[in-house]
Design a protein around this ligand. Structure first.
Ligand SMILES: O=P(O)(O)OC[C@H]1O[C@H](OP(=O)(O)OP(=O)(O)O)[C@H](O)[C@@H]1O
Ligand code: HPA
Length: 184
């Protein structure tokens, strides 16, 4: 398994930076403007999808200058592997009451869409008033579910990505750019 510090540093050294910090900041600014237009007067509850949503959620909510509440869902489909199964593993539900609330779900990446689709389906059963979804990254391919996030930061090629919330074998969520593994 590739997880010695030397091997991980090689992965990073050889990776391609697909979206740099400045481009991510511009994408987040644009998303924040759109979200503000839709939700500024709605006292929304922001739900961060852990773990990948942690970095994007923190960056996004600091751009939202209106009252909001914050909670999280921990649902995962990929575990520690680079290939995932489709069913979601629900590890934690929000503790805040969702009834009659406007909800904004924030995640790092919209890949095939199974994660957000399952979260949306569950939220529909919670008597929310409205549900909006936001991801910083949309991976470009034709293997999507039939939903699309309401707010997307930027499109990225169909490669294995890491950084800005996304992990490679549990590492690199902390990086300020989006990277693709060499030859992925
Ligand atoms: O659109 P999809 O094909 O469903 O893939 C996207 C999901 O996969 C990743 O989560 P993962 O299950 O790997 O857990 P993590 O957030 O802890 O990395 C990512 O953070 C999204 O939640
Ligand atoms: O490309 C990816 N990288 C990391 N995590 C992911 N979860 C879905 N797609 C990806």
């Amino acid at each position: 398994m590739t997880n010695t510090i030397t091997d991980l540093n090689t992965i990073l050294d050889e990776a391609d930076c697909l979206v740099d910090e400045a481009e991510l900041n511009a994408a987040l600014d644009k998303m924040a403007t759109q979200i503000t237009a839709d939700l500024a007067d709605k006292l929304p509850l922001v739900l961060c999808v852990m773990n990948g949503g942690l970095v994007p959620t923190a960056a996004l909510i600091q751009r939202l200058n209106f009252p909001l509440e914050l909670d999280y869902i921990h649902a995962t489909r990929y575990g520690m592997e680079t290939e995932g199964s489709v069913s979601l593993n629900w590890l934690c539900y929000p503790q805040t009451s969702l009834k009659d609330r406007h909800i904004l779900v924030v995640d790092d990446i919209f890949d095939q869409g199974h994660t957000l689709q399952a979260i949306n389906k569950w939220l529909e059963e919670q008597e929310t008033t409205s549900v909006y979804t936001a991801t910083v990254i949309n991976k470009l391919h034709d293997r999507k579910t039939d939903m699309t996030p309401d707010y997307i930061g930027t499109d990225v090629a169909d490669r294995f990505l890491f950084g800005y919330g996304m992990d490679y074998k549990g590492f690199f969520r902390n990086l300020k750019g989006i990277y693709a593994i060499k030859n992925s």
